[in-house]
Design a protein. Structure first.
Length: 107
């Protein structure tokens, strides 16, 4: 019999590690170049951790209200979860456009 709980724990740990590395990288980038793009990337990476924690806690506490409460929290989570990634993606797009523009001016 497989221990699926361990898989979920390891997966959650790897996900958290990836998010923390992303926050660190965006923080370093933000200290080197403070502009709208890096602020959006940093904000998106931090919010992804915050939203994950809020949704996890919301799911945990909603179990006391029954299955309908759990479904409501998960539905709300499915709407909120992509928002930080959209912020990060917009920031990355702006950052990439700025870098391409800078390189084409230097050529």
């Amino acid at each position: 019999m497989e221990n699926y709980e361990a898989y979920f724990m390891i997966g959650g740990g790897l996900s958290t590690l990836g998010k923390l590395i992303l926050v660190l990288a965006c923080g370093i980038l933000l200290t080197k170049q403070k502009n709208l793009a890096t602020i959006l990337m940093f904000s998106g990476s931090v919010l992804s951790i915050v939203f994950s924690l809020v949704i996890m806690l919301g799911t945990t506490f909603s179990t006391q209200g029954g299955s309908e409460s759990v479904v409501k929290v998960n539905a709300l989570g499915s709407l909120l979860t992509p928002l930080p990634y959209i912020l990060f993606a917009i920031g990355l797009l702006l950052f990439a456009a700025k870098q391409v523009k800078k390189q084409s001016q230097n050529s």
